[in-house]
Ligand binder design. Structure first.
Ligand SMILES: [Zn+2]
Length: 834
């Protein structure tokens, strides 16, 4: 006879056996947490061990891989009852937000629905104590002896991402482990406290993942935000570290707050903060709140959750890469990794506690947040309409909206007025050919407003990051913000590209970054490409400057027609057939106005400790992941020993390259340029080269002196720098689009200006991008700096011998989200100086 075990007693049996078996981090890893650094694969191993010991309480999910192949993990922790119905909890949560897909659209249940608390650790790889705290956290939640956490889990699911940035973490941890001796050295000057370039803060491509949430340019973010938006937690904590002399920071956050942040979100931050404080007070640990860490820029791990209905928060422990395993602080105390991990562990638990205790209000306010969005209560503008003649200008916007779960459509009734972002005036809509529209009546209304509003209201100018990112400027697409609710349909059609056969040549329009990617592809495939420096007319069609021309002439040895058609298909650009070199108007193909890119440029990028790691990373990522074009990374300090003839283009990213400013180095570069080479200098490198290459920085006009201007109030010293502050504001650049650097653009370009640097107009060079008198558009810029930023050069080209130098004094690749700058960079690489 078979033994019959009831389901209930079976479950009791297995949960009793689980109870024996949850290993502590210390017993599993063999050391007390905080006494050494845990490498990422050991974190993964421990999470797997816990999930194996308590499959009834933990669902572990690998949600992706990093650039270097490390696992990205989410652990969903809850009571066995909740873990069993995890998927229905997720769907119900999306229904509360009004976001569930049609097939899942049952009525949402609010009573008994658990809250979701999402804890993200170690986004900055060299702020490593938080992943150690994540080990303590999952143990505390699953350890059968911990009855307190079991109480909280009755109404709460805790989602743990133990390490958002594994590549950065291991870069730091592997380096530290190789530096530390038998015992840690707490002297702040010991080498184990001085991490080398580029540091572990960023990911593989030197990107700051805590500036990437909204834009999702990086693989870690792309994979994570998919999961995040499939859940939409009620509470999110992003764990960080700051300088080791600073006490702990937790919510409530500092000003400026974006105006869309609700009273409830502010109030709950206060509840969380007070509960955290009670634990810190008990232990005598110092902390601060309401300072430094504001809530404005939408790509942070606190503000992004805030704009998506959650209570989003940043917690900052003192430590950072300078913390090592222990360091003597300015107070003379020794701060250890054990302390740092304990503090992060404490605030994590306290946050789960506060969320659980206020569960009902948390859930009802979450629902209300999205109900308000759907009923159009968010913002003054009710519809945002973007229009372009080239659909490839709108496709990146569509992609961004979809990545953020923002619904979009198109307008068919085009008879309306709105605020025209480009002219700054209310005007009748004029359709450029293609349009997309976003309604403010939708669950993600807040996120839509934050990304699309023409001006972000900043209620305190003292901020941590850029203050404007409005999509029409960043994407270079004409837009209207409309106060009425417009009916949206969806007749968006991707253009159909047809293969065309020619025995003579093909013409390819050059009107978006897609055309530049296409050009890169052709050059990689050894196709010789020409381009027109002046407009021309063929068979009753006008072709603009920059039009790419692929001829059989010069390409006769390869299957040029098929290769070119293949590239056009790949990038969705329609080529036209041309059967003769004789044009109806404009230059014929043998004219000197038709330039020939005779070979694919070989490009080098200067990196190393004289480069800004972020600036170098942006160029690296741009070439590898956006343009898909080879680039050689070179240590800047090797420039003197390098055979420059191996390359056609040298890119000096933002940085402080000493050799660029010294005569011997500059002379060598000038020889390289005179011999036909090209240098593209960006931001700091432009300043470094300025003196040797004859650029003059614009300086302040004589300041008006009044009585007592030097008598300043001590109590207002935090604000005394404000007249010179420019944390990132948008300026309109007048662009000479008859110069190859400006091809594919209208005669203007919006730039994000992040410093007060501007140059006098060049006398012997081409001032391609200039700021004229009324260049300021939106964002925070101090009065003095605003005054300085006029009548000067921002983008310029200096021809020397048979080569050229391209000066990009502002960054067209900012965080790789400033979409409209990508074509400018491609122009600098491929078109300038041909
Ligand atoms: Zn950080």
């Amino acid at each position: 006879m078979k033994p019959i075990i009831s389901l209930l007693s079976f479950l009791m049996l297995i949960s009793a056996s689980f109870a024996q078996n949850v290993p502590s981090p210390e017993s599993y890893l063999g050391y007390k947490i905080g006494t050494r650094y845990t490498r990422h694969h050991k974190i993964v191993e421990y999470f797997n061990a816990v999930a194996k010991a308590r499959p009834d309480m933990v669902k572990l999910e690998q949600y992706g891989l990093t650039n270097e192949g490390r696992e990205l993990l989410l652990a969903f922790v809850g009571t066995p009852e909740n873990i069993q119905k995890l998927e229905s909890i997720r769907l119900n949560n999306l229904r509360l937000a009004g976001i569930a897909k049609d097939k899942d659209k049952a009525a949402p249940v609010i009573n008994g629905a658990p809250g979701i608390v999402w804890l993200s650790y170690n986004v900055h790889g060299n702020e490593p104590s938080s992943s150690e705290a994540a080990l303590l956290m999952i143990h505390a939640l699953t350890d059968p002896a911990n009855t307190q956490t079991k109480e909280w889990l009755k109404n709460t699911i805790v989602v743990i991402d133990p390490c958002i940035n594994p590549d950065g973490r291991d870069r730091y941890v592997n380096w530290f482990n190789s530096m530390v001796g038998n015992n840690m050295n707490v002297h702040p000057m010991a080498r184990e406290h001085a991490e080398p370039w580029p540091g572990g803060r960023s990911n593989h491509y030197n990107f700051d993942l805590n500036r990437d949430w909204a834009w999702q340019t990086q693989v870690e973010t792309q994979q994570r935000i998919k999961k995040y938006n499939a859940w939409l937690p009620q509470v999110h904590v992003d764990f960080h570290e700051q300088g080791y002399n600073s006490p702990y920071y937790f919510a409530p956050a500092a000003q400026p707050f974006h105006e869309v942040i609700t009273t409830w979100q502010r109030d709950f931050q206060e509840l969380i903060g007070r509960n955290n404080a009670s634990y810190f007070d008990k232990n005598g640990w110092l902390f601060f709140t309401k300072e430094s860490f504001d809530l404005l820029y939408p790509a942070y791990g606190d503000s992004y959750p805030i704009y998506n209905g959650a209570i989003g928060m940043t917690y900052e422990q003192g430590g950072h890469s300078r913390g090592g395993l222990g360091v003597v602080t300015a107070d003379g105390d020794t701060l250890t990794l054990v302390d740092r991990a304990t503090h992060h562990f404490t605030t994590g638990l306290s946050t789960v506690e506060t969320s659980s205790r206020n569960h009902e209000k948390l859930m009802s306010e979450f629902k209300k947040y999205f109900d308000d969005g759907r009923s159009g209560k968010v913002g003054e503008y009710k519809t945002y309409v973007l229009t372009a003649s080239d659909p490839h200008k709108l496709n990146p916007v569509i992609e961004l909206l979809e990545k953020n779960g923002i619904q979009w459509g198109t307008v068919s009734n085009k008879n309306f007025r709105g605020f025209n972002y480009f002219t700054g005036k209310d005007e009748n809509f004029t359709d450029e050919g293609f349009n997309i529209a976003v309604s403010a009546y939708q669950p993600k209304a807040v996120m839509a407003k934050v990304l699309l509003e023409p001006k972000t209201i900043v209620n305190d100018s003292n901020t941590y990051d850029i203050t404007t990112w409005s999509l029409p400027y960043a994407y270079g697409v004409k837009g209207y913000a409309v106060k009425e609710k417009l009916d949206l349909g969806n007749d968006w059609k991707q253009p159909v590209v047809n293969k065309v056969n020619s025995s003579y040549g093909l013409l390819i329009p050059y009107t978006s970054f897609n055309s530049a990617k296409l050009l890169a592809e052709l050059l990689k495939q050894h196709i010789k490409v020409r381009f027109a420096e002046k407009p021309f007319r063929y068979k009753n069609k006008n072709y603009d400057r920059g039009t790419l021309i692929v001829l059989k002439t010069g390409n006769g040895t390869v299957n040029w027609n098929d290769i070119t058609n293949g590239a056009c298909m790949k990038f969705g650009v329609q080529a036209d057939v041309v059967e003769t070199g004789f044009m109806d108007q404009g230059a014929d193909f043998g004219s000197s106005d038709i330039k020939n890119i005779s070979e694919a440029p070989k490009v080098a990028l200067l990196t190393g400790d004289q480069a800004s790691s972020l600036g170098a990373g942006e160029v690296w990522h741009y070439f590898e992941r956006m343009l898909d074009y080879p680039i050689t990374l070179i240590n800047g300090s090797d420039l003197g020993r390098m055979n420059l003839k191996d390359f056609n283009v040298i890119i000096a990213p933002d940085g402080y390259f000493r050799s660029l400013g010294e005569k011997s180095g500059a002379d060598r570069l000038k020889d390289f340029v005179r011999g036909g080479g090209k240098i593209i200098a960006m931001e700091g490198s432009v300043s470094a080269m300025a003196a040797e290459f004859g650029l003059k920085t614009k300086s302040d006009k004589e300041e008006e002196k009044g009585d007592y201007v030097d008598v300043k109030k001590y109590g207002e010293r935090d604000r005394s720098y404000l007249p010179n502050a420019i944390p990132g504001a948008i300026f309109k650049v007048d662009l000479d689009n008859t110069h190859p650097l400006g091809f594919g653009y209208p005669d203007f370009y919006y730039t994000l200006k992040q410093d007060g640097n501007l140059y006098e107009f060049m006398k012997g060079g081409w001032n391609v991008g200039v700021l004229k008198k009324e260049a300021y558009v939106t964002g925070v810029a101090g009065t003095k700096v605003k005054n300085r930023l006029k009548d000067g050069m921002l983008f310029g080209v200096q021809n020397m011998g048979s080569g050229s130098v391209v000066f990009l004094a502002e960054n067209p690749l900012f965080r790789n989200f400033w979409e409209n700058g990508k074509l400018l960079m491609a122009n600098a690489v491929f078109l300038v100086g041909q």
